[in-house]
Design a protein around this ligand. Structure first.
Ligand code: PMP
Length: 390
């Protein structure tokens, strides 16, 4: 309704008033977007019919891929980080400042768009194993891109550490009045607070005033799960709400939530040698506790581990039955939403997040799905949901 109503129709002002508790200039309710920033937030909540039928619950997914700047929930975060920095004088468009960030892609894309819209340059450091669509897009947006080999967070060459030092080097350069600003999505609390101020209130309004039984989301920085959980559980007092982490294979957060520690000593040694997180899934799963994940401490009730194969099968299921074409983290979220729903009484309402579109994952995730033979129509037609779960 948000998009359809831009020029033509009535908008749902009731929901909008509830959901505009923001520090930003998100869509003010007249249906006219104030620049590209005005297309951020107020995303629809889609009832996924096939998953609702198969589980006997109501599975609702927040269509974050419809955020209009960078096409992911990171639009909210990028806008909030920029606005907070502007308020603190750390960023100023007239000075020719550059925004630096370490990102697996989505945050970089949102920052690159908003940098253009607000008169900044963007410099993005990212691991070199991410889908090429993301760096191509950054290139066309005019961002400076550094793709670096996958390294542990203790390594100065890790993409986050590199972005931090590039920002410092920029500011220290004596021949320019401009500054480098390190956005720092992993540790900056402007990340989770964007979700606490916008995503959480929107979900509350869209579920008729908090009529939901579970919220399921993965964590890359932890901003989404912490911010939404904080709003719903603390600010709205929904203490019975089950908040469930959707964690891809190779990530340490599942153990952290279930057992209080990320890894045993032997696993720790193993992960040092392995890639950062051993999964094909992009954007969620991490082997350290960030400030943003920590902000949700005590608010996450459970975790569901999701394999790459389950994610691939779910992505294929969603496009086949519902025409919903998403990326890998959205598929992980939907698997965990189904696992959560199957443990709850029939009719329970489970809300999750569709993070980004499958178009951003054609060269990796979707190629893999095709290679698995999942796009063979005759093979999949008989499959039921339990086959997806494996
Ligand atoms: N999905 C995708 C595609 C992402 O890029 C990210 C963020 N890295 C997430 C999900 C996870 O969101 P968060 O950082 O809020 O935990």
């Amino acid at each position: 309704s948000r998009r359809g109503s831009l020029f033509f129709g009535p908008v749902s002002l009731e929901d909008r008033e509830e959901s505009s508790l923001s520090v930003t200039n998100y869509d003010r309710g007249n249906g006219i977007a104030d620049g590209i920033e005005g297309t951020i937030g107020n995303t629809p909540l889609i009832q996924i019919r096939s998953l609702s039928e198969a589980t006997g619950c109501i599975i609702l997914a927040k269509a974050e891929f419809l955020n209009g700047a960078g096409g992911s929930p990171k639009d909210r975060v990028a806008l909030n980080m920029i606005q907070v920095a502007e308020e603190q004088g750390l960023l100023s468009p007239g000075r020719g400042d550059t925004i630096y960030e370490g990102t697996v892609g989505s945050t970089g894309i949102s920052l690159a768009v908003l940098a253009r819209a607000r008169g900044y340059k963007a410099h993005i450091c990212m691991p070199d194993d991410m889908a090429v669509e993301k760096s191509d897009l950054l290139h066309h947006l005019g961002a400076t891109i550094e793709r670096v080999p996958v390294a542990p967070i203790t390594d100065p060459g890790h993409f986050v550490n590199l972005a931090r030092s590039r920002a410092r080097e920029h500011t220290a350069a004596a021949d320019t009045p401009s500054r480098g600003f390190f956005a720092d999505q992993f540790e900056s609390l402007a990340n989770y607070s964007a979700h606490m101020k916008t995503t959480g209130p929107e979900i509350y309004a869209q579920t008729g005033g908090g009529q939901l039984d579970a919220f399921v989301a993965g964590a890359g920085t932890g901003g989404t799960i912490a911010g939404v959980a904080k709003h719903l559980k603390e600010e709205r007092g929904l203490s019975a709400l089950r908040v469930v982490l959707a964690d891809p294979q190779g990530s340490g957060l599942y153990n952290k939530i279930r057992h209080g520690v990320m890894y045993s000593a032997t696993e720790r040694e193993g992960t040092r040698r392995r890639r950062q997180v051993d999964t094909m899934v992009e954007g969620i799963g991490i082997n350290r506790v960030t400030e943003n994940f920590e902000a949700g401490r005590g608010l996450v009730d459970d975790a569901v581990k999701v394999t790459d194969e389950q994610a691939c099968r779910m992505a294929r299921w969603l496009v086949e039955r519902d025409g919903i074409f998403v990326g890998s983290s959205s598929a992980v979220n939907c698997v965990a939403a189904v696992v959560t729903a199957l443990k709850m009484p029939p009719g329970s309402r489970v809300v999750t997040i569709l993070c980004d579109s499958g178009t951003r994952h054609l060269s990796k995730f979707w190629k893999h799905i095709a290679a698995m033979g999942l796009e063979d129509e005759t093979q999949e037609q008989d499959g039921d949901l339990l086959a997806v779960l494996g």
